[in-house]
Design a protein around this ligand. Structure first.
Ligand SMILES: Cc1cc2nc3c(=O)[nH]c(=O)nc-3n(C[C@H](O)[C@H](O)[C@H](O)COP(=O)(O)OP(=O)(O)OC[C@H]3O[C@@H](n4cnc5c(N)ncnc54)[C@H](O)[C@@H]3O)c2cc1C
Ligand code: SF4
Length: 517
């Protein structure tokens, strides 16, 4: 059998995962990517920091990484990496988002949004994907293969009962002292929480726990590169003789003719247009990027499509008892504890809550309200934040249409359930907060704007019998036989429990099965 020739579009987690599975299946892969990179002057700062242990760091270099994230009391600032916005930049004006009431970000970077992600890894629950045309059992082997691509900080605990770990190479991170105190309270009330439909455990993160220095910079980007980005997988793939990477290449459209897929690409900065041919094309440009390519390919201008969103909320909480010395503690600052709520009174689908304990942004945000340290200190010792996610059934969707001029117009859609969902979640939080030894600060629990969770997709959902803007179970949109969507575009819904691990597993599933066809 001749070797299958494949093009993968995008180097984010879905593109990296699909490419790995295709190479493992014996195919030849060319990855086309915009591939924007960190500014060289910032890379030099990161390299300088990475060459030393935290105790020897020059404080001005650390401050330059922290700069740019303007922390306020009203919510989270846009998360940057190494002080740079490059992961969200549209350097060649190829995406052209026009937003009315949504807060979406797309990526044209090498490694996509995984350069800035929080690295939370939980699979989807069977109950949350019961209406999908594939089961969690079919995804299970691919969860394992996706996890093999990254470091895995996790432990066997209360969450493993409902969510298998799916891999053996896990190693836990140390919890912050505040998180350990919250965990002790949760353990004390484990039986009551189980009756309330709450499972909990340590957050599972794509961090190399063996090498972590607990320097507290995770939210600004790890100087040692210990937080997984798919750019790391790409580096490994480049060593494969059947893999080729081309950057500064923006894919515009794809069509099928005479048993082959043909893809139109614009190269930057020259603006030169070329065509590439392949047996199969795998679109992994992120949900918005892939939708734009598809709509351009079929000439669907001014036709509206809908993205499903897993909306997020933030709830600042105060512990009844403080933990002294949090400001000087050596700790990691991504999420510490994950709670998964399965309570039909709250929602028919699960709700995820991630607990973030002290980080210096709390200090800076509180400093704006309470400029004197003696006033701030008792709050800092008690403050933590719950960042929660709703299932897309409980969230506001996002409408998008492509104009003839190439602009993507985005606006919130409607979902009557979204109006009541957040009230129910707030009431659930009140019900369980004493088991965390804490209370939610009244008036501060806020729902994020549609798109702000970065967990969106389902624009061309997989169906057993697809119609219109839907795809088959190998992510092929109606009308295509050789073009596969492998990012979140083809997921039928967006459950609450962090999207990327499932996106990667599904990309590997589609790539593996497509290579066998
Ligand atoms: C601040 C933040 C925190 C997050 N935290 C988490 C978390 O804790 N857990 C979790 O599961 N998820 C998290 N996410 C979401 C996660 O980052 C995304 O789900 C994931 O990156 C999506 O991967 P992707 O490969 O589908 O797309 P992307 O990461 O968006 O990558 C898209 C790729 O396609 C390329 N591209 C785009 N358009 C074109 C084109 N026309 N031609 C060629 N190439 C193109 C880009 O260069 C890029 O390489 C977070 C996201 C953000 C921003
Ligand atoms: S604490 Fe975060 S930033 Fe520091 S070494 Fe560990 S993962 Fe990297």
């Amino acid at each position: 059998m001749p070797q299958m020739n494949c093009i993968v579009v995008g180097s984010g987690p879905s593109g990296a995962a699909a490419s790995k599975a295709l190479l493992d299946s014996g195919a030849k892969v060319t990855m086309l990517d915009v591939g924007h990179r960190l500014e060289p002057e910032r890379q030099r700062v990161v390299d300088q920091l990475a060459a030393q242990e935290p105790a020897l760091w020059d404080k001005s270099l650390v401050e330059s990484l922290r700069g740019g994230m303007d922390v306020g009391v009203s919510g989270l600032p846009q998360k940057l990496v190494y002080g740079s916005e490059y992961a969200y930049a549209d350097p060649f004006n190829a995406v052209r988002l026009v937003q009315h009431g949504t807060e979406l970000f797309t990526s044209q970077a090498l490694g996509g949004l995984s350069n800035v992600w929080g690295s939370n890894l939980l699979p989807f629950l069977g109950g949350d994907i019961g209406d999908w045309p594939l089961s969690s059992g079919e995804l299970a082997p691919f969860y394992q293969r996706a996890l093999e691509l990254m470091p895995y900080a996790a432990r066997r605990d209360g969450l493993s009962g409902i969510m298998p770990l799916h891999a053996e190479h896990y190693r836990p991170l140390e919890m912050s002292r505040q998180a350990a105190a919250i965990m002790a309270d949760l353990e004390k009330h484990k039986a009551r929480l189980a009756r309330q439909g709450v499972a909990f455990g340590q957050s599972r993160l794509a961090i190399d726990a063996r090498q972590c220095r607990y320097c507290g910079l995770c939210l600004y980007g790890c100087p040692y590169g210990l937080i997984y980005s798919s750019a790391q997988t790409l580096e490994n793939l480049k060593a494969h003789p059947d893999f080729k990477y081309m950057d500064k290449a923006s894919v515009e459209s794809v069509e099928e003719r005479e048993g082959i897929a043909e893809i139109s690409v614009k190269s930057f900065p020259s603006g030169q247009k070329t065509t590439h041919r392949a047996d199969r094309v795998f679109l992994a440009a992120g949900a918005v990027g892939s939708a734009k390519i598809l709509l351009q390919s079929i000439g669907a201008y001014a036709r509206e499509i809908e993205f499903k969103d897993s909306q997020y909320f933030l709830a600042p909480m105060l512990r009844f008892q403080g933990t002294e010395g949090v400001e000087s503690e050596k700790l990691q600052t991504l999420s510490q504890i994950a709670l998964v709520i399965n309570d039909p009174q709250t929602s028919r689908k699960s709700v995820e809550m991630l607990i973030y304990t002290y980080n210096d942004m709390f200090d800076r945000a509180l400093g704006k309200l309470l400029p004197w340290h003696f006033l701030k200190k008792p709050f800092l010792s008690r403050l933590f934040v719950v960042q929660g996610y709703l299932h897309s059934d409980d969230s506001t969707p996002i409408r998008m249409s492509l104009s003839q001029e190439g602009e993507l117009n985005m606006a919130p859609g409607t979902n009557p359930r979204a109006r009541t969902a957040m009230c129910k979640v707030k009431s659930k939080l009140r019900e369980i907060q004493s088991s965390m030894g804490a209370f939610a600060i009244p008036g501060f629990t806020k729902l994020g704007a549609p798109g702000k969770s970065y967990h969106i997709g389902a624009s061309f959902p997989m169906r057993g019998k697809p119609h219109g803007f839907e795809s088959d179970t190998l992510g092929r949109p109606v009308g295509f036989g050789r073009v596969h969507l492998v990012d979140a575009s083809c997921l039928p819904s967006i459950p609450s429990t962090n999207i990327t691990l499932t996106v990667m597993a599904n990309a590997m599933r589609i790539a593996t099965l497509a290579a066998r066809e």
